[in-house]
Design a protein around this ligand. Structure first.
Ligand SMILES: [Zn+2]
Length: 193
């Protein structure tokens, strides 16, 4: 995390053809040769040596992005798997809910973890959860699945959601993730801590 602490030590670069905010390239003065790329707070962070030429950067950065994405794709549950998982969760924890989603899809949502439209029985899950631990993904899937039956967060909804065993752990994970995202978006805030 040292790279985030000193002012002027990195510059943010937005690459053409890449969603703004999704990729952060850090030019680190302390980094001599090595390049690192990792996922943090929903972004791909790529740290390169400060002296790397722009031409090398333009070659290497897309390679690192492709590498991370291909690693991630193999770990990501597909939409069919998500539908099956919701079926398992509802069967086990809320057998009184007989509705099942017609589709469950990944979406690039930053403001929400998931959403459910009960009229057409579609559920969307934020792609920030693609690499989350199972308990966090299950928690969001279960939350949205309950909305197939209960529209708002009333007592019946809350009572049903409470049957999810790891709900406290899952909430902590999601809150922590959001805090990390805010910290990355506001480096000056982080510095003051
Ligand atoms: Zn909800």
């Amino acid at each position: 995390m040292g790279e985030f602490s000193g002012s002027g030590e990195f510059e943010e670069v937005t690459l053409p053809g890449v969603d703004e905010g999704e990729i952060l390239v850090i030019r680190s003065k302390r980094r001599k040769k090595s390049i690192s790329a990792y996922r943090q707070g929903g972004r791909i962070v790529i740290s390169i040596p400060a002296r790397m030429s722009k031409a090398d950067e333009r070659t290497i950065v897309p390679e690192m992005i492709a590498k991370i994405r291909s690693q991630e794709e193999t770990k990501t549950p597909g939409e069919e798997e998500l539908i099956n998982r919701i079926d398992e969760l509802l069967t086990e924890l809320a057998p009184e809910i007989t509705e099942r989603p017609l589709s469950v899809s990944w979406r690039g949502m930053r403001e929400r973890w998931g959403s459910c439209t009960s009229v057409d029985r579609t559920i969307r899950i934020s792609d920030r959860l693609k690499f989350a631990p199972d308990f966090a993904l299950d928690y969001v899937l279960f939350h949205e699945a309950i909305h197939l039956q209960y529209f708002d967060h009333g007592p019946e909804f809350t009572e049903t959601l409470a049957r999810f065993e790891d709900s406290e752990l899952a909430s902590a994970y999601l809150d922590g993730y959001e805090a990390a995202e805010r910290a990355l978006l506001e480096p000056t805030e982080l510095k003051r801590l």
